[in-house]
Ligand binder design. Sequence first.
Ligand code: ZN
Length: 202
Amino acid sequence: MNVKKIYMDADALLEGHFKLSSGNHSQFYLQSAKVLEDPKTAKILADALAQEIKSSGLEIDTVCAPALGGLIAGFALAQALDCRFIFAERVDGVMSIRRGFEVSKDEKVLICEDIITTGGSAMEAASVVESLGGEIVAIAALANRGFCKCKNSNIKTHANCKLPQNIPFFALADFTFEMYKPDSCPLCKDGSKAIKPGSRGN
Ligand code: ZN
């Protein structure tokens, strides 16, 4: 399966000159929500991810996604794995599990994101699940931004990666691309102006 092509076809992988939320510039921008606007595509991606997880032999009771980014991917993955789905959300900046969701002791939980960058939100969700007695057995994402090494990937783990080394991380594809400080951005040097993705109302 050509995951990058699926993202390209869905306009979820944009090429141009972008100003990222970190302030850095990049030639590419991953708008992961866009690939999930067609539920059929979401199912294809989630089924492929579920297949990888199943073939690893892991037992999963529950998928937990950090809101908002992980919701659709997490739900689709839970459906594909035929397990329960819950989500964690920020309340005053603190990741919490609300809405009557319960986690039982030793429940095997997989944390799912749409995209893993450094894995910060995923690990915040993992901490909440663990504080309720759950056991984190895996992390999964449709796309990996290339800071953390996922299973079946050749990339090296970056120092910024927050995912623990002892928990398997599944992702369908690595989307590694260069980021530049604005004052050393080759695209700026070529005279174009970085735009903020989403600045046109999307
Ligand atoms: Zn630039």
